[in-house]
Design a protein around this ligand. Structure first.
Ligand SMILES: Cc1cc2nc3c(=O)[nH]c(=O)nc-3n(C[C@H](O)[C@H](O)[C@H](O)COP(=O)(O)OP(=O)(O)OC[C@H]3O[C@@H](n4cnc5c(N)ncnc54)[C@H](O)[C@@H]3O)c2cc1C
Length: 473
């Protein structure tokens, strides 16, 4: 029997790929999924009514790259093709992504032409950043913060106004702490191996491309033909984990809700005991952990304190989400929304204009994101939902000039919801997996703590981790 710990997207995807592997290899493996709460989907949660959808966690998925195409393959297999709502490259939500700087909203360039023009708050056309890169001397490093790297290669303005807010939007983190390898691994390698990004890019043009080939589903091909920028799911993103969970149940995966695991004991390389909160002990041959690294740290602490220590070194941040519904239509201009660079020292991270990005919304729907890396600093230890709502309203009234109050709102405080891939993260994960291998522990690590924080990364990590495990070959 194989146990899967956690029923968020990481755990569900692991069960899905194990199931597929089972069928392909004629295995008769029993799969047991263990989820602490009464819901499968983890942070993916939607509130839907006939007038609006409030996404409390993620809302858009990127279709591009191998991980994006892989998720689309899964979507088609689950019968979700007709439920997807794509945003193509020429949609206002794809073209109009803004930042709030010096009390003004500025649209970031979204095409090549824009790179040659001067766009406020940048003092020069962005193309000048490439000259900066060519001029910079070589600096040998193992890792660096993404902020330092971009400042060194392309200048301070790009680091402050493009990269720092982008990191807030992706992981609610501080670009001065997040590893450059999180988003710019190839660019960093070009700098390290060729002395600069432009130099490295020129050399790579003459090299043949290698990498995993993926068989594309019709849906994945369609996303390429129609040039999707991002997509959402009609009726809310929650449809994805809910459908995936149904698929697993129909295929005899034993899905156990309200089952919190409190301790893991490794007996030998093919036996592991999982103790749950009611004192019951479950026995498995292998366990896939998709729970956050800090939760797993607690479960292995007794038997493997060193492993626990490494796992606890992966930090997480708390995010406040304020969803707002205004009955009035078009209170904001058509755009994806805006992010606020940390240098502005605002209490909010950004605002998504959901009624522009998602279908079937009658009125104006906005989501304000707050806190992240700065949650405690801005809101203290006793942040209340009321406090977050008041701050969110005060900021959107000021920035978007909205006069009315919302007809409906929802506030969620998502405690330790996004892992931070700080400098040294990839080496730390390598060390953790090395420890597991050296000690022959029958456990594999999936989920957002290790190989990428987005939906596509989590799905793809489940696929690659099960492939790497010899017991299923
Ligand atoms: C606010 C927010 C916005 C986001 N926006 C986007 C976006 O727009 N696009 C995108 O691609 N990604 C986005 N993400 C990231 C995306 O949501 C995550 O990558 C993904 O949901 C992580 O899934 P997971 O299974 O790894 O973890 P989780 O969702 O954390 O699931 C872990 C599960 O394990 C369970 N669990 C924990 N401990 C135990 C235990 N001891 N025993 C049993 N079960 C346990 C939990 O209850 C939970 O269900 C966002 C995330 C957040 C928080």
């Amino acid at each position: 029997m194989v146990a899967i710990l956690g029923g968020g997207l990481g755990g569900l995807s692991t069960a899905y790929y194990l199931l597929k592997n089972n069928v392909n290899n004629n295995n008769n493996l029993r799969l047991l999924l263990l989820e602490a709460t009464n819901y499968c989907g983890g942070w993916i949660k939607s509130i839907r009514t006939k007038d609006y959808i409030f996404e409390q966690g993620p809302r858009t998925i990127r279709p591009k790259g191998i991980t994006g195409l892989n998720t689309l393959n899964m979507m088609q297999d689950l019968g979700l093709s007709e439920h997807l709502a794509p945003i193509s490259a020429d949609h206002p939500a794809a073209k109009n992504r803004m930042i709030y700087v010096n009390q003004n909203l500025h649209v970031l360039p979204s095409n090549l032409k824009g790179v040659f023009q001067k766009n406020l708050p940048f003092s020069k056309p962005l193309i000048y950043a490439l000259f900066n890169d060519i001029k910079q001397p070589h600096k040998e490093l193992q890792d660096d913060s993404i902020y330092n790297f971009v400042e060194r290669r392309f200048g301070k303005e790009i680091a402050d106004y493009a990269i720092a807010p982008m990191i807030c939007g992706i992981c609610a983190g501080d670009a001065k702490e997040i590893s450059v390898k999180f988003l710019m691994k190839t660019l960093f390698e070009w700098e390290q191996n060729h002395g600069g990004v432009v130099k490295g890019m020129m050399r790579s043009l003459f090299k043949s491309k290698s990498g995993e080939e993926l068989q594309l589903s019709d849906l994945a091909k369609k996303s390429q033909e129609e040039k999707w920028n991002v997509y959402t799911i009609k009726g809310g993103l929650e449809t994805f984990p809910v459908t995936l969970c149904e698929f697993l149940k129909q295929n005899e995966v034993d899905v156990n809700l309200n089952t919190r695991i409190e301790e893991i004991e490794f007996v030998d390389s093919g036996t592991v005991l999982l103790k749950n909160s009611t004192g019951e002990t479950l026995k498995a041959n292998h366990v896939y952990s998709s729970i956050p690294a800090y939760s797993l740290a607690n479960l292995v602490q007794k038997q493997h304190p060193e492993l626990s220590k490494y796992l606890n070194k992966i930090p997480f941040v708390t995010v406040g989400i304020v969803n707002l519904y205004f009955a009035a239509d078009k209170l904001v201009s058509p755009a994806f929304g805006f992010l606020v660079p940390p240098i502005e020292n605002s209490p909010i991270l950004g605002v998504v204009f959901d009624s522009c990005c998602m279908p079937d919304q009658n009125g104006t729907v906005l989501t304000v994101m707050l806190g992240g890396r700065w949650f405690k600093e801005k809101f203290g230890d006793d942040a209340t939902e009321k406090k977050l709502f008041d701050i969110a309203m005060q900021e959107i009234k000021k920035i978007l000039n909205i006069k009315e109050n919302p007809s409906v709102y929802n506030v969620s405080i998502l405690n330790k919801c996004i892992p931070q891939y700080v400098i040294g993260h990839y080496e730390r994960v390598e060390k953790i997996r090395q420890y597991i291998q050296n000690n022959n522990l029958p456990i594999s690590l999936v989920g957002s703590s290790y190989d990428g924080v987005g939906i596509n990364d989590v799905v793809y990590s489940a696929k690659t981790q099960i492939k790497g495990d010899c017991i299923y070959k």
